[in-house]
Write a new protein. Structure first.
Length: 376
């Protein structure tokens, strides 16, 4: 029988000192950018009532959450799989009377029962910012600018942004390209797979040009603008052009896939996905959405935000980041000198026995009297 005492469950892993140090540095850099743009951090709990986590955002699936019965209340509890519903609860609850737009940020772990696609990880870092009470072009520009700046500060290079219009099919089906209610989901599905024949079979002949309005932003937006939709897309196309022009100075590469909807189930008119050179998979996504139940009409409060998942970026840069310098403190060292070194940013490692040495403790320097000496 195999002894699994030291094994971790599938999809979970330890981060050892080098990776942990990179994680700390990257997360601090990301949060410093958000803080600098006026976002205030909140710290929601890992566990909440399942109903609260699953009811505030469309597309948040409770079957993906770890769930259990609370022995105290006898109600079903869940571990968060996404921070966004928690930010919505805070915004509508204890911060309901706060001035809008309300800028909130968060960072921490999320857990799911199973990984996504080819990514087996079930525990992930998630950090992001939410702009509650605004979903206009200005809000989209701010959120996207902050997200790109945060990734670049963490060490991402060659950032690219893929725009989408999550409610595109609903918008067109309402008037410009009418569809029977039962056909809307079929058209969405065929657009997801980019299947022109399937689209025609589903009654979505008019939607076929959307398959080809993809790629580099400048070319794709022209193809989208050429689709005769009776003006239904005019405002969205103008908004995308304005957003693209505003973030051009960041140096990010821009692409467009207007019908993409994977991961955008609770987004409204605007969405985006973030990638970076050399990083496997997506690094984040964001856009506009509504927080359920925020007003008497039941339409919800508008918001714009992003979520970053920096684990893959951390894996990429961890091996190339140098270990920080560390000073070996021999037995009998001057404690006041050591304290002064730490106060100006040095790390120290003190000998605890005669057998300890600078090499065995992984030090780059040693304290010789009152002087810090680099090891050869």
């Amino acid at each position: 029988m195999t002894d699994d005492t030291d094994l971790l469950p599938e999809g979970l892993e330890d981060r050892l000192p080098r990776e942990a140090a990179t994680t700390t540095r990257a997360m601090r850099s990301i949060q410093d950018v958000m803080h600098g743009h006026g976002y205030d951090r909140v710290l929601p709990p890992m566990i909440e009532f399942e109903k609260s986590l699953a009811s505030r955002m469309a597309g948040i699936q409770s079957r993906r959450m770890f769930r259990f019965v609370d022995p105290s209340s006898l109600r079903m509890m869940a571990l968060r799989s996404d921070f966004t519903p928690q930010i919505g609860r805070i915004a509508q609850g204890r911060l309901a009377g706060a001035a809008r737009p309300l800028r909130l940020m968060y960072a921490g772990q999320v857990l799911t029962i199973k990984g996504d696609g080819l990514d087996p990880a079930r525990e992930k870092l998630q950090c992001g910012a939410e702009l509650i009470g605004a979903d206009n072009v200005a809000a989209a520009i701010e959120i996207l600018t902050v997200a790109i700046e945060a990734l670049q500060a963490a060490g991402a290079r060659g950032v690219s942004v893929d725009f989408t219009l999550p409610d595109l099919v609903d918008t067109l089906a309402a008037k410009a390209f009418p569809l029977e209610p039962g056909a809307i989901e079929a058209v969405r599905r065929e657009l997801d797979t980019k299947d022109a024949g399937g689209l025609r079979d589903a009654g979505g002949e008019a939607y076929v040009p959307l398959i080809y309005a993809t790629g580099d932003f400048d070319g794709a937006i022209e193809k989208l603008a050429a689709i005769d939709a009776g003006g239904a897309l005019a405002s969205r196309i103008a908004a995308l052009r304005e957003i693209a022009a505003a973030i051009a100075p960041t140096g990010a590469r821009l692409t467009l896939d207007p019908s993409e909807r994977h991961g955008f189930e609770y987004q409204s008119w605007f969405g985006f996905t973030l990638y970076a050179e050399g990083v496997r998979g997506l690094l984040g996504r964001g856009g506009t959405y509504r927080i359920a139940g925020a007003n008497a009409g039941g339409e919800g409060e508008v918001a714009t935000g992003f979520s970053l998942y920096p684990d893959a970026l951390i894996d990429l840069i961890a091996q190339s980041e140098p270990l920080s310098d560390k000073v070996f403190l021999p037995l009998g060292h001057d404690r006041e000198v050591a304290a002064r070194l730490r106060s100006i940013g040095w790390r120290t490692a003190a000998a605890l026995s005669e057998g300890d040495s600078a090499g065995s403790l992984g030090c780059s320097h040693t304290l010789d009297g009152g002087e810090v000496v680099a090891l050869a």
